[in-house]
Design a protein around this ligand. Structure first.
Ligand SMILES: [Zn+2]
Ligand SMILES: [Zn+2]
Length: 245
């Protein structure tokens, strides 16, 4: 089957993330993706997927290819982007993770309100536990765990000097199972592969990690997939990189 080239932004925070802007409702994010003409878009809040159902409803109305996700904080405080083929799988993972977050209450004055919002921007809940904290899931555990929920995971912003594989672990475990990495800045790639041989075999994604609507990427980054569906994008991210974009 010929591969499609799809523009993407697979790491976006909504108003559910403590640091996410309250204007970044699921409906506004999907609307922005539609206006920008992004082929595939994911919502990846810290340790929660609870805004993905309303995003899916809006995405279905607009005809946007939406991937429900989460940015998991591992016990080492490494951020890992997790993507799922559908909302029920994402919500099953959400329920699993929810029990494993350090149970520290959120202080909305300091961190933000952590809003769960419906498809019409109506606030339906405020998440009481601070979502940014570590879970008891280790970095190495995260990848097979997400796969057991039908999804795929990749280490987030590995070139960032906090909450990243290279900042927090300092090395790539040789028995790692990921085939895709996320870089904030692609220019860091040549230096990183010199230092970390494992990364040579990884496909590189660049996402916005937007916490505000205006930070969502333009359709400038592309990946190849067999179809414009969440499952096909997940299959690509899971697969061994063969040198394509
Ligand atoms: Zn992050
Ligand atoms: Zn993020």
């Amino acid at each position: 089957m010929p591969m499609l080239s799809l523009s993407y932004d697979l790491h976006i925070h909504s108003c559910l993330s403590p640091c996410g802007d309250n204007e970044s409702t699921p409906a506004n994010i999907i609307g922005m993706a539609y206006v920008k003409g992004l082929d595939v878009v994911a919502i990846t809040d810290h340790n929660s997927s609870k805004n993905c159902l309303s995003a899916q409803i809006v995405a279905d109305a607009y005809g946007v290819c939406f991937i429900p996700g989460m940015e998991l904080t591992t016990e080492e405080e490494v951020h890992v982007v997790c993507l799922f083929p559908n909302v029920p799988k994402a919500m099953a993972f959400d329920e699993y993770v929810n029990k494993l977050i350090l149970p520290i209450p959120n202080d909305p004055e300091i961190f933000g309100e952590q809003l769960v919002v419906d498809e019409d921007d109506k606030v339906i809940a405020k998440e009481p536990i601070l979502l940014i904290n570590a879970t008891s899931i280790s970095f190495q555990e995260a990848f097979p765990l997400v796969e057991s929920f039908g999804g795929v995971a990749f280490p987030a912003h590995i070139d960032k000097n906090s909450n990243s594989l290279l900042a927090n672990l300092g090395f790539v475990p040789p028995d790692s199972e990921f085939n895709t990495i996320e870089l904030k800045n692609r220019d860091t790639y040549p230096e990183l592969i010199k230092k970390h041989d494992y990364l040579n075999k990884c496909r590189v994604l660049t996402n916005s990690d937007a916490h505000y609507l205006h930070d969502i990427n333009e359709p400038v980054n592309f990946l190849h997939a067999e179809e414009k569906t969440p499952q096909a994008v997940i299959n690509t991210i899971k697969s061994i990189w063969k040198g394509e974009l």
